[in-house]
Design a protein around this ligand. Structure first.
Ligand SMILES: *Cc1c(COP(=O)(O)O)cnc(C)c1O
Length: 395
């Protein structure tokens, strides 16, 4: 690189350095951890064995031998990549079979598989909303739903977390032609559920579109395990747009949107993040199909997870820890500030536990937390030892 070009880049370099320095100063600098190995809830990081309490592999399916076999067999048959986008030549019989299984499982007319959950949210909202739409989202929805709203050019309004009255007020004040309501089924940083039934009723009354992003409920909630709509028995009429991710409880990768024939056909026509990207690898689709089958058949995985959630909560309460009100696998522990969250997370690492410190802007100001997640594969002993370590680190 010539000296002239180097100096031309200096203003940018110094601007970036200033921003990075600020990130450090506010205790918000983000770093990645290199995993050296991973088996169930045990990982090796920097040569140290850690019990992982921050994975979204809630049902322990990520390394299930049947899921791995489905993946490798399909890779032998189809190769690693899909070779093209879905509308060109990347859509295989394996994808089709997966979509049929998802539709049947969730009780929806059809389903469409996306390459990631982030892209599914961008695709749905930008395809269905425009300048004539008011999008109304919960204050704590996932970042991808906010980005989707921005991309759509609609007007974005947000209601106080899980506050149906506030949502109603916003609906009554709305002046735009179309309304689109979007919420998380299980809030990713808090672990609580949205009041889906009440919102569904409001949406129907006001002829608003209603979408649930159930990234963290899918696999974990309900008798059949298909998430919050299973738990609360909400069909396609009540929740017309159901989105779920495959990289969490199902242990693979990707996402889907399920709903009416017209919804799915519209997404195929208009969802740019579906159209202009390479299709999910067929092997991932095959692995996911297997994973859903296990999820449907092995209720003990959810039962066991629920047992561990109950155990965790009662043991944490016995130690008077500052838990948020959650009955799901996401159990956040509020910390005083960014630096105490980091400090405790670091102290836990030295004791053999991996718990991530979540700080703003991922969570609101003054709500830094340890986001503890539980898995079917954890043991009571691991949980007791974790809580003892947290208790002694806080003193
Ligand atoms: C993880 C997550 C996403 C994004 O899904 P990816 O498949 O990881 O892109 C979207 N919404 C919520 C609520 C999530 O937790």
């Amino acid at each position: 690189m010539s000296e002239g070009r180097l100096s031309a880049q200096e203003p940018m370099a110094s601007e970036l350095e200033t921003r990075l320095r600020k990130q450090h100063e506010t205790q918000r600098y983000r770093t990645r951890v290199n995993l050296n190995a991973c088996s169930g809830t045990e990982c090796v990081v920097d040569g140290r064995k850690l019990i992982n309490f921050c994975s979204n592999d809630y049902l322990g399916l990520k390394q299930d031998s049947r899921v791995i076999s489905a993946f490798t067999e399909a890779a032998q048959q189809w190769g690693v990549g899909s070779g093209a986008s879905h509308l060109i030549s990347g859509h295989t019989a394996v994808h089709h079979k997966l979509e049929e299984r998802i539709a049947a499982w969730t009780g929806r007319e059809r389903a469409l598989v996306f390459s990631t959950g982030y892209m599914a949210n961008l695709g749905v909202i930008s395809a269905l909303c425009d300048r004539s739409t008011s999008i109304i989202e919960d204050k704590l929805v996932h970042a991808s739903l906010l980005d989707a709203a921005k991309l759509s050019n609609a007007k974005l309004l947000r209601f106080k977390h899980n506050d149906v009255k506030h949502l109603q007020t916003l609906l009554e004040k709305n002046s735009r032609e179309k309304v689109f309501i979007a919420v998380d089924g299980v809030f990713s940083m808090d672990g609580d559920l949205c009041p889906a039934k009440e919102i569904a009723e409001l949406a129907q009354k006001k002829s608003a579109q209603f979408m649930i992003d159930d990234a963290h409920g899918l696999g974990c909630l309900g008798e059949k395990g298909f998430g919050i709509c299973d738990l609360l028995r909400l069909g396609q009429n009540q929740v017309p747009i159901l989105m779920g991710t495959l990289g969490k409880a199902l242990g693979t990768f990707g996402a889907f949107v399920a709903g009416s024939e017209a919804l799915i056909e519209s997404l195929i026509q208009f969802a740019r993040s579906y159209i202009y990207t390479t299709a999910l690898p067929p092997a991932v689709a095959a692995a996911t199909e297997q994973s859903i089958r296990i999820c449907q058949q092995e209720n003990w995985r959810r039962d066991r997870l629920n047992q561990l959630i109950e155990f965790f909560k009662s043991e944490a309460n016995a130690r008077e820890l500052n838990l948020l009100p959650s009955n799901t696998a996401i159990q956040p522990l509020l910390m005083e500030n960014e630096s105490s969250a980091l400090k405790i997370s670091q102290a836990l690492k030295l004791k053999g536990f991996w718990v991530v410190a979540v700080r703003p802007p991922t969570v609101p100001e003054n709500s830094s937390r340890l986001r503890i997640t539980l898995s079917t594969l954890h043991t009571e002993q691991q949980i007791t030892e974790l809580l003892d370590s947290i208790y002694s680190s806080l003193k």
